[in-house]
Design a protein around this ligand. Structure first.
Ligand SMILES: C[C@@]1(CC(=O)O)C2=NC(=C\c3[nH]c(c(CCC(=O)O)c3CC(=O)O)Cc3[nH]c(c(CC(=O)O)c3CCC(=O)O)/C=C3\N/C(=C\2)[C@@H](CCC(=O)O)[C@]3(C)CC(=O)O)/[C@H]1CCC(=O)O
Ligand SMILES: NC(=O)c1ccc[n+]([C@@H]2O[C@H](COP(=O)([O-])OP(=O)(O)OC[C@H]3O[C@@H](n4cnc5c(N)ncnc54)[C@H](O)[C@@H]3O)[C@@H](O)[C@H]2O)c1
Length: 199
C-alpha cells in the first residue's frame, strides 16, 4: 500500500454510524476543514457535542444509498456488516472508502499519526496490528517534542527565502542542509541570525 497526504479542505466526508469507532475516525478528521457529515440514528456524546458546535453535520437517521453521492471520502462505521457493505456498494470506484469491519473492502486504511505543526508522522502496519501503530505513535510523541512546530515554521520561511534569493545550486543545497543542525531547532537567535545572513 502507498502512503500519501490528502487535502480535505472543503471536501465532503461522510461517516455512516455514530458509535465509538465513528467517533474516533471523526476526531482524527477534525481540523482538516472538511465538511464532515455523520449519518446515524444515534451518536455518542462527543459526536453530539461536535454537531452542536458546528464541527460536523449530524443526519439523525439510518443510511440511504444516495448519501454517498458527492462525498470525496466515505467511512462505513456501523456495527452492522450488511449496512457497511451497502455503503461500500453505493460508492463509485473513484471515491475513497474505508469499511471499518472489512479491510478487504476498503481502498484506503487510516493511519495512526502525530502532528507538530507541519511535521506529520504517520504509522501503518497495514492492519497487522493497529495497537502497534498506536504504540509507535506514542513512543515517537516523546521523541518529537513541541519544539518541532516552531522549527518547521522556521524551516519553511528559510527554504522559501533560499529558493528566492540563492541562485547558485551548490550553495542552495549547503544552506538547506545547514538548516538541519540542531541549534536551529533549539535556539531562536540562531534562526534569526541565519535568516539575516541569506542574500
Ligand atoms: C491506526 C488507527 C487509526 C484509526 O482509528 O483510524 C486504526 N485503528 C486504530 C485502533 C484500533 N483498531 C482496532 C483496535 C482494537 C485492537 C485490535 O483489534 O487490534 C484498536 C486499538 C484501540 O482502539 O486502541 C480494531 C480494528 N481495526 C481494524 C479492524 C478490522 C479488521 O482488522 O478486520 C479491527 C477489528 C474490529 C473487530 O475485531 O471487531 C482495522 C483497521 N484499523 C486501522 C487503523 C487500519 C489499519 C491500521 C494499521 O494497522 O496500522 C484498518 C485496517 C482500517 C481502518 O480502520 O482504517 C487506530 C489507532 C489510532 C491511534 O491511536 O493513533
Ligand atoms: N477499524 C477500526 O479501527 C475498528 C476498531 C474497533 C472496532 N471496529 C469495528 O467497528 C464496528 C463499529 O464499532 P462501534 O464500537 O463504533 O459500534 P457501536 O455499536 O458503538 O456503534 C454503531 C453505530 O452504528 C449506527 N448504525 C447502526 N445501523 C445504522 C444504519 N443503518 N445507518 C446508520 N447508522 C447505523 C448506530 O446507531 C451506532 O451509532 C464494529 O463492527 C467493530 O467490529 C473497527
Amino acid at each position: 500500500m502507498y502512503p500519501i497526504m490528502l487535502k480535505l479542505e472543503n471536501k465532503r466526508v461522510l461517516i455512516v454510524g455514530g458509535g465509538e469507532v465513528a467517533t474516533n475516525k471523526a476526531k482524527m478528521l477534525l481540523g482538516q476543514n472538511a465538511q464532515i457529515i455523520v449519518v446515524s440514528p444515534t451518536v455518542t456524546e462527543t459526536l453530539h457535542t461536535y454537531s452542536i458546535d458546528g464541527k460536523i453535520q449530524w443526519l439523525e437517521r439510518t443510511f440511504e444509498a444516495n448519501d454517498t453521492e458527492g462525498a470525496f471520502l466515505v467511512i462505513a462505521a456501523t456495527d452492522n456488516p450488511e449496512i457497511n457493505a451497502a455503503v461500500r456498494k453505493s460508492c463509485s470506484g473513484s471515491q475513497l472508502v474505508n469499511v471499518v469491519d472489512s479491510p478487504a473492502d476498503s481502498n484506503f486504511y487510516n493511519m495512526a499519526f502525530l502532528e507538530r505543526g507541519k511535521l506529520k508522522i504517520a504509522i501503518s502496519t497495514e492492519g497487522a496490528s493497529p495497537l502497534l501503530a498506536k504504540q509507535i505513535k506514542n513512543d515517537l510523541n516523546e521523541f518529537f517534542d513541541e519544539s518541532y512546530e516552531e522549527y518547521l515554521k522556521f524551516l519553511l520561511t528559510a527554504r522559501e527565502k533560499i529558493k528566492l534569493l540563492v541562485k547558485d545550486e551548490n550553495r542552495k543545497f549547503i544552506l538547506l542542509k545547514e538548516l538541519l543542525h540542531e541549534k536551529y531547532r533549539n535556539n531562536v537567535l540562531e534562526r534569526e541570525l541565519f535568516l539575516s545572513l541569506i542574500d
